[in-house]
Design a protein around this ligand. Structure first.
Ligand code: SF4
Ligand code: SF4
Length: 273
């Protein structure tokens, strides 16, 4: 039986070992529980094969001795789990599926910003569109209303295409969401801009303003639009750590979110090919 993917909900944290969480129940030497929060290893499944130690590019695992455990007398210990770059190699390689990699949730002020962005986005986006369609645009500028509709469709295309390309080309880990990619995606909309999903969200929020033409949707739309810069920056740091030089090369080839520059470069590349 693989590690419980919802162990943080289903189990209780019973202590720490050199700052790494221990999730119970534990009753040594037979029952040892799970070690780690973001790189979690179920010691009651681990056979001590060493595949994760060999495969981890960050070398964040150490051996720990576990005398008299029925499966093995040493276990993989995620000693430096904060160094994890989310490559999922260990999770894929583990023959008994004892490892679960968990995307770390934003902490501190970033967590607050995340919630604020989420709330404003879901208030502004459908709110502005529904308002504009039902009551008509506040300023009665019909041309802007139709431009907004076109931009809304474009934004939707960017968001959904990004998910589609993640699924088709990103080789996500089996049984995980599309975000758990193992391969850098550089084609499709990812060949035009590096963050089509964020660009799509910005386009849709701008569309909501144009469709509603109401000051309220401008007010609630500007903060999440501006905050996208922070989320993109944050995501780029993780992607550089995860894909290394490949991502830096991709950064030189494809612009971050500049749609016009991205189309221009894509056309130039096509001509060169
Ligand atoms: S996901 Fe990658 S970096 Fe993280 S622990 Fe596993 S192998 Fe190491
Ligand atoms: S790959 Fe799995 S079974 Fe092997 S040592 Fe690592 S956690 Fe244990």
């Amino acid at each position: 039986m693989p590690i419980d993917p919802k162990f943080q909900k289903n189990r209780t944290k019973v202590g720490t070992e050199t700052d790494i969480a221990i999730w119970g129940p534990t009753d040594p030497p037979e029952t040892l529980g799970i070690r780690g929060t973001y790189v979690a290893v179920d010691w009651d499944i681990c056979t001590g094969c060493g595949a994760c130690l060999e495969t981890c590019p960050e070398q964040l695992y150490d051996w720990m001795v576990t005398p008299n455990h029925p499966l093995s007398e040493k276990k993989a210990f995620p000693a430096r789990e904060s160094d994890c770059v989310q490559c999922y190699k260990c999770e894929i390689e583990c023959p008994v599926r004892a490892i679960r990699i968990i995307y770390p949730a934003p902490a501190g002020w970033l967590a607050w910003l995340g919630w604020l962005t989420f709330i404003l986005l879901f208030l502004q986006l459908p709110g502005g569109v529904i308002y504009g369609v039902i009551f008509g645009p506040s300023l009665s500028l019909q041309t802007l209303f139709y431009i907004g509709c076109v931009i809304l469709v474009l934004g939707l295309l960017f968001v959904f295409s990004s998910l589609m390309y993640f699924r088709r080309r990103g080789k996500p880990v089996e049984g995980r969401g599309v975000m758990a990619t193992t391969v850098l995606v550089e084609s499709g909309t990812y060949g035009i801009v590096r963050h089509p999903q964020f660009l799509g969200a910005v386009l849709m929020m701008c569309a909501s303003i144009l469709i509603s033409q109401h000051w309220f949707f401008v007010l609630v739309g500007v903060p999440p639009i501006l905050s996208m810069h922070i989320w993109v920056q944050n995501s780029e740091e993780l992607l550089i750590a995860k894909f290394g030089d490949d991502y830096k090369r991709y950064m030189r080839r494809v612009p971050r979110m500049n749609l016009f520059l991205g189309i221009l470069r894509a056309v130039e590349r096509k001509k060169e090919d």
